[in-house]
Each structure stands twice: as C-alpha cells, then as structure tokens.
Design a protein around this ligand. Structure first.
Ligand SMILES: [Zn+2]
Length: 332
C-alpha cells in the first residue's frame, strides 16, 4: 500500500515538474546575457540597472540587456522590421541613460521609483514585458517566431546612443503620427531643438490610422460635468465652437459651449487615441474622428517600420525623427 502511495507521489511530482522544466528549457528562461566580440559592448550588456516594479512596490536589479529586451517587447510590435526594432532599442537605451544620469546626479530627488533608475509602468517610464510575460501574452507560435528578432536587434544595436550636442536626448516616441510628427513645443509647451515636426505620410497607411469614437449626448455632457463641472446648454447645436489646429494638424484649442479647451485635455477626458481629431454632433451623438495614436512627438514607430521596409537603417531612421542628432557609441 505504502509503495503505491510513494509511487503516486512520485508520479504527481513528475506531472508537475516535467512541464515546468520543459518551459524553462524551450523558452530559455534561465537566461544568460549574450556576449559579442566587443568587450565594451559586453560591459554595457552586463550593466546593472535598478528597476522599480510598480506591482510589488520593490526595486529589482536587472542586466541592461534584459531590461532593454523587455522594453522593446513591451513597446514595439515584434514582427516589425529588424531596423525598426534596432531603432527602438537605441531609443529605449537612450531613455534609460538619460534617467540613470538624472538619478545618479540627483540622489535626493524623488521621481517615484524608490531610488531606482526606471520603473515598469508604461504611463510613467516605458512598458516592460519580460520573456515569460511575452510568452503568455503572445502565445507559443508568435513567441517562437518573433522573440528571437527582438534579441538579435538588441544584441546588434545595444550600446549606441542618440545625442544632441554631445548629450543623450529624451528619446520619446509614439505608435502612429497623424501624417507628420508634432513638435514638443506644440504638445508640451516647451521647445526642444531635436523634437520638431517632421513629415511622416506613410503613417496614413496604417490599418488603424483613423478611428471613430461616439458618445451619446448624455455620456458627453456627463463626462464634461464629472471632469470639469461644466453644465452644457440644452440645445446641442450650441455646443461645438471653433477648432484651432497646430501647424502639425493636431487640435490646439477647441471651443465647447463658449469655453476654450486644449486638444490634449479633450484627448485625455474622452480617452481618444491622439489629439488630432475632428468632432461633429448629430441629433443623437457626439462623434470624434481621430487620426494617429499617441502624443505624436519624436519617433513614429509605424513610420520607423515603413522606413525600414524601404531600406533605411536604424541610424537613418533615428536621425530623421530626432532633428540634428547623432548616433554615437556609449562609453561606460
Ligand atoms: Zn517611471
């Protein structure tokens, strides 16, 4: 009887652990950071990065190579062209160095990370999708097919940095522009010499370039009331006033029932994909037609992929979107 019980326990253990080890073996969860023939590059791959994990409220130390792979898989579609993935790698690394320098130079300042250089919250720093989470999110087939693309893009390009007049830039990016990128001055009110508007008409070919969002009159007026305490007049034909656009076509100001709002505020309140939109009101609905996805500043990821498909290299892509910048080797 006892023999059978031991056998049953052993069988149970095998059933539990065999799939576990299979996952580890086949998906390489037991990582080692790859090394190249360039010792300087290897030092960067192995650099320790402090990362604040929002969910656990803890700071972890991860290798730079692993951090960048997780950011690229969280931020860009893995089936994008290799040169676009490299451009994303260099943008992510430049962002990291910028933050790291800030934290090291200002040890007493609190940027909400418990002293870590970066966090894993995409609304605060960058999206962060570790291997095992990518596998869960993408499924086996997609993971096996595309995850190696991320690793090879990171292996090839990690160590390069985007600089403006010798300093690492704030390498912001977005998913799809409205047909041209927006300047930092238009979106955030501060001029940044390397964040100017550039043409990106290829973005108009994205499947989800244009999206439509509708609200009933009640939903629309409830949101304005809840967010800002605004009470709209009963006659809906009095609601929509003038819409003023920026040079790059995003909404600068929109007048609703006599009050002027920024396009960015309306985007936030109605969860629009971008601040480039038309608004129309029928006798039933308020309809937003939105173009592009994201804040519109810096590199357009879709645009980067289109340029890569046409043969542009990652450094050509980056210096196109970030005006007057250079791609240099980072020195530890
Ligand atoms: Zn953060």
């Amino acid at each position: 009887m006892r023999k059978y019980r031991i056998l049953a326990i052993l069988l149970l253990l095998v059933m539990i652990f065999v799939p576990y080890f299979t996952v580890i073996i086949f998906h390489g969860e037991k990582d080692t950071v790859p090394h190249t023939s360039d010792p300087e590059k290897n030092k960067i791959f192995d650099m320790d990065i402090t990362l604040y994990r929002a969910k656990t409220d803890k700071v972890e130390t991860v290798k730079c190579y692993d951090y960048i792979c997780a950011v690229v898989s969280g931020e860009m579609q893995a089936n994008y062209n290799a040169e676009a993935l490299k451009a994303q790698t260099v943008a992510a690394f430049t962002y990291l160095i910028n933050k790291m320098n800030y934290v090291l130079e200002n040890p007493d300042s609190d940027i909400g990370h418990k002293g870590a250089y970066v966090c894993d919250d995409y609304t605060h720093c960058k999206a962060y999708l570790e291997k095992q989470d990518a596998l869960k999110k993408w499924g086996d087939e997609w993971y096996e097919k595309y995850y190696p693309n991320i690793e090879s893009a990171v292996t090839e390009s990690l160590g390069k940095i985007i600089t403006y007049q010798g300093s690492p830039i704030n390498a912001v990016f977005h998913a799809i522009s409205n047909g041209q990128t927006c300047s930092a001055a238009e979106v955030w009110g501060t001029d940044v010499p390397y964040l100017q508007s550039v043409e990106c008409s290829a973005d108009k070919t994205a499947n989800d370039y244009e999206t439509t969002v509708s609200f009933t009159h009640d939903q629309f007026s409830d949101i304005l009331y809840d967010e800002l305490g605004v009470v709209l007049p009963n006659d809906y034909t009095e609601w929509l006033g003038e819409i003023k656009l920026c040079d790059s076509k995003m909404v600068n100001e929109i007048t609703i029932a006599g009050t002027v709002y920024s396009g960015t505020l309306i985007r936030q309140m109605f969860s629009l994909r971008s601040s480039t939109f038309d608004m129309s009101i029928t006798d039933k609905d308020v309809i937003f037609t939105v173009r592009g996805y994201g804040h519109g500043v810096g590199m357009s990821q879709y645009g980067a992929n289109e340029m890569a498909k046409k043969g542009k290299t990652y450094d050509q892509i980056l210096t196109y979107f970030y005006t007057g910048t250079k791609i240099e080797d980072y020195k530890i």
